[in-house]
Structures are given as C-alpha cells and as structure tokens.
Design a protein around this ligand. Structure first.
Ligand code: ZN
Length: 399
C-alpha cells in the first residue's frame, strides 16, 4: 500500500442484499478502457493484476474502487484509474455504464475508449502489474469473480456514439407557440443547457432509439455535438454551464465536500469523435488533438478495485489521513459548433467523420433531405421528439 493517500467517505465494508460483503459504502466503480477500433481483431483492454495481499489477490480485474458520497460512477472510475494505473482522464472517453446491482451495493463499470496517449503502469501499490491485454487473451487469465461475471456483457458493448443535434430543427420542433422561437439564441442556449444534463447522466438503455441498440450497456454516454446556425451561432463561443451535481448514491456524507470547480470548456476528453468539420467555427478553443490538462488531479486514495479491495488498515500507511478532496466533475462530453454555411453541410461533415472512424453516429433532425444525406455517409437519424422527451424536464427548468 502506497502512502500519502487521502481517505474517502466511501471507504468501508457493507453487506449487500445477497449476503456478500463488499468494499465501498456507496458502491464501487471501475474503468474498462479499450483501445481504438474495438471491432477489429487487435482490440485491447487495460487490466490490473491485483496485488497478492489484496482481496482476490493474484486475479486480474479492472482498476476501480469505492465511490465517495459526492462522486458519480464516472468520477470514481476516472479517479481510481489515474491513481492505480496511471491512466489520465484526459486520454479516456467514457461511452457507457454497466451496473451490477446486488441490492444495497452495486458495482458500475464505466466503459470507455482510448482518446489519447495511455501508458498503463502500476502506480498505487495495489497491483502486480497493469497493462494492455488482447481481448482474445482475457478468458485465459485468472479473473476477479466480479469482472468475470460481467466480461461477457462488457465484451460486446458498442463503440462510442456521436449524437449530432440539428439545433435549428430541434428548436423549431418544440418552439410552436411558446415564444422561444422568437429568441433563437436564447432558445439554443436553453437547448444546450438541457443537453449538458443529458451528457452528464447519459441515456438509459430502454430509451434508446432503434438505430442505437444498447449492446449490453445500461446507460449510453454519448458524445454530443450541438450544431447552431444563424442568430444562434453566438452561443458557440460561450462556456458550458456547470453540470448538475452527481446523484448521491446513497447515504449523505459525514462531511460536506468542498464545492466542485466549474468544468473545463470543450474539448473535454482528448480528441472528439469527429474531425473538425469544414466551414465550421469551433465552439470555444480550436479542436486539438493534443491532450488537454488532466481533468482529474492526481489525488490518491486507498479505495478497492473491482469487486472491492480493502486498503491495508494500519494508520502508519497514511501520511494524510484527511478526507480526500472531491474530484472535479468529469468533463462534459458536449460541444457546440457554429455552422458557417448551411447547418446541413456541417452536420453531414461531422456525421461522416464519426462513421468513418468506426463509431456510431445518430443525427437528430426531422429534415428528410438531411436524413437522406447523413444516411449516405453511414449515420442514422432520430426525430426531435425523441430527444425532446428525454430533456423536456431540463428545458422547463431553464425557462
Ligand atoms: Zn453482493
């Protein structure tokens, strides 16, 4: 066990409704990170060979650990992956969640893609090694039972999903008679703010449209691009609003966490799913393939790993016994892009680059001509009503 770790309020054992003892008072979360192009034969994932002293020592599992009361599963998984495996959040792009719920305790696997340089290595003292493993090799390893139980589902989860929102079309579809159509920038801003909420909480599997089968995920975490045009273009230069706070996973914290900082502006996680479209102004900073600063600071903690690893419980192990600080919110996976020419050309260009990169692209529009154009480049479409049903509460709260 490494020293100088803070301690989270999630650290501790609990009994689940199935009679098991688990590490993590508010549940636990781990990160399954895949290399590019998970559909090809060279797909790899990062696994941790657990230290012999640990719970289920010697088995292979995912970097992860106990959730703190103020953390989302994504926040926990990114923090633990950085602490235990040296995986910077800036090089990781979450694509979905898979929840193993035991009743009274749950383990959330955050499925993610590599989005920048990653050199996995043991950094937290809880590992014999941490490295890339070919997907076809995984079943030959002695796996942690919790990971082994979910691996068949995890293995078939889909590639990352790009959600391209035709802003003018969606605003027009909702705006009949309620006045928000008259203030196009204001309407687009409210749509953007509602999409921030959607980007943070994700889309439940049961509410995905037919073109997006969940593929084993319980929640889809899409990369969202809102394309604005005309009078609404001005909002592309504005910073994103603060995302809603993570839903507390259970009991209240004993100590109020410090306030979370505002999220960074886009681009949040390494390169976006698409290449910069032609004739489109970037939302804020120019899109760059250089890795931005790590979103999760290298605070360390002795939280467990997949299935629950207790820390060694000797006080001399901890130079900093204080409650570890709240990790910042994970960056919001949302960009606003202003179309210089017609919005349709920009949307088609974005959809085409995502589909080219073996990702799924779904364009939200009721424009039939545009739907035909994006279909020709391999993207699917869904109507504004599908999106509006998902975000209507957010839109109302912003009015
Ligand atoms: Zn259990």
């Amino acid at each position: 066990m490494a020293v100088a770790f803070g301690r989270g309020d999630g650290d501790g054992w609990v009994w689940c409704d199935q009679g098991h003892r688990h590490w993590g008072r508010f549940g636990a979360a781990g990160l399954l990170i895949r290399s590019w192009a998970p559909c090809d034969g060279d797909a790899r994932i990062v696994l941790q060979h657990r230290a012999l002293w640990s719970h289920q020592g010697g088995t292979w599992g995912l970097p992860g650990g106990a959730r703190d009361s103020h953390e989302s599963p994504v926040g926990t998984a990114l923090r633990e992956a950085e602490e235990e495996a040296g995986l910077p959040a800036s090089s990781v792009r979450p694509t979905g969640l898979l929840v193993d719920d035991h009743g009274g305790w749950s383990y959330t696997t955050v499925v993610a893609e590599q989005a920048g340089p990653l050199e996995p290595a043991p950094t937290g003292g809880e590992s014999i090694e941490v490295r890339w493993i070919e997907v076809d090799e995984v079943d030959r390893l002695p796996l942690h039972p919790g990971f082994a139980a979910t691996w068949p589902r995890l293995r078939r989860t889909p590639a990352g999903t790009l959600l391209v929102v035709d802003g003018a079309n969606v605003v027009g579809a909702r705006g009949r008679g309620d006045g928000w159509w008259r203030d196009r920038a204001g309407a687009a801003r409210r749509l953007r703010d509602a999409l921030v909420g959607l980007a943070v909480r994700g889309i439940p599997a049961g509410r995905l449209p037919p073109p997006l089968p969940p593929g084993g995920l319980d929640t889809l975490l899409p990369w969202i691009v809102l394309v604005v045009e005309g009078a609404a273009r001005s909002i592309a230069a504005e910073p994103l609003g603060a995302p809603p706070a993570a839903t507390p996973p259970g009991r209240p914290p004993k100590t109020a966490p410090p306030p979370d900082p505002a999220p960074p502006r886009s681009p949040p996680h390494g390169p976006p799913l698409h290449a910069p479209p032609p004739h489109a102004a970037p939302a804020t900073d120019p899109p760059t393939h250089a890795a931005p600063a790590a979103a999760v600071p290298p605070t360390a903690a002795p939280g467990g790993t997949a299935g629950g690893t207790p820390p060694t419980d000797t006080s001399t192990d901890r130079a900093m016994p204080a409650l570890r600080p709240a990790a910042p919110h994970p960056p919001v996976q949302l960009e606003v892009i202003a179309a210089d020419r017609g919005g349709d050309d920009t949307i088609v260009a974005i959809a085409a680059t995502a589909a080219d990169g073996a990702h799924r692209a779904l364009v939200i529009t009721a424009d039939r001509a545009l739907a035909a154009r994006v279909a020709a480049v391999g993207a699917a479409t869904a109507g504004p009503s599908w999106l509006l049903r998902l975000i209507e509460p957010d839109l109302r709260s912003g009015e």
